[in-house]
Write a protein that binds this ligand. Structure first.
Ligand code: ZN
Length: 286
């Protein structure tokens, strides 16, 4: 397939909807609908799965304070019921609380559960008044452990230099193709959620790479529509977005999934089942 052919939207290419259930930063002071406890995270994931999400991106929180944590036992309380009750593709975070920079082994504790995917933030970036730190040594350790455990990195890209880093790590044999990128656009510190910005990043990734996009805040729908038309995949959820529309809080993650399903049906692009998502992403468990 030539570079130009890749650019033509292919309606036969099924759409993977990822639901990012809770994240670790937004607390209930800004939205009462954010899941905190493992049971709430499981419940919200089930609703998203039933609505058409094939993949969930999971953080866990201290059920009392709501603060993000990398405690393996809390991840287990989410992962085990989801594995028992669904065929969802599971992506566990390695970021902990972005900007608080937990010790490396804490951040990688989620890999013990051998999820299908784990987030891999391919560089450091300012975040609020701090820095979300992903130095080369952390990336090397994360990549090595993911490779050893058969966990596919979901390469999160906040800016173009992170693609440069990921491609260099591929050339060094630390990341294996086909790569899977998640573009995180519209944070106040990284690449903006604009069509030009998305196209620029898209042009930098290999032809055989799969990609998905997060439009943070008001970038959510514009970036989702771009991905729909360009053959990319879409991430939604309360981690990235607390508003369903201007001034109206989303009351559940499933609400976002349902909207993307409707848009995709109108557009004529089918939704990928979890099994189809595994095939599209080249995951080990098929
Ligand atoms: Zn996350």
């Amino acid at each position: 397939m030539s570079q130009n052919e890749r650019k033509i939207a292919n309606p036969a290419h099924k759409l993977i909807i990822t639901a990012a259930i809770t994240g670790s930063r937004n607390l209930r002071d800004i939205s009462p609908y954010i899941p905190y406890s493992p049971a709430e995270i499981v419940q919200s994931s089930l609703e998203c799965w039933r609505a058409g999400a094939s993949l969930v991106h999971i953080h866990v929180r201290d059920p009392q304070t709501g603060l993000g944590t990398q405690e393996a036992d809390l991840f287990r309380q989410v992962v085990e019921p989801l594995r028992a009750q669904t065929d969802l593709v599971l992506c566990l975070t390695t970021s902990g609380i972005a900007g608080r920079n937990l010790p490396v082994q804490d951040r990688l504790a989620s890999l013990e559960l051998e999820p299908d995917l784990a987030s891999f933030d391919a560089g450091s970036i300012n975040l609020g008044k701090g820095v979300f730190s992903n130095p080369p040594d952390f990336l090397d350790q994360a990549a090595a452990q993911m490779l050893a455990k058969g966990v596919k990195p979901e390469i999160e890209i906040f800016d173009s230099g992170m693609i440069v880093t990921a491609l260099r790590m591929r050339d060094q044999g630390k990341l294996r193709e086909p790569l899977y990128f998640q573009f995180v656009l519209g944070t106040p510190w990284g690449a903006p959620a604009t069509p030009k910005s998305l196209l620029h990043l898209y042009d930098m990734i290999p032809d055989d790479a799969a990609w998905s996009v997060i439009g943070v805040g008001k970038g959510h729908l514009p970036m989702s529509i771009m991905a729909l038309a360009m053959g990319g995949h879409i991430r939604v959820g309360l981690e990235d977005n607390i508003y369903y529309q201007q001034g109206v809080l989303a009351q559940s993650n499933a609400q976002f999934v349902e909207r993307i399903v409707r848009l995709s049906q109108e557009y004529g692009r089918e939704i990928a089942s979890p099994q189809e998502a595994r095939e599209i992403l080249g995951l080990r468990k098929i």
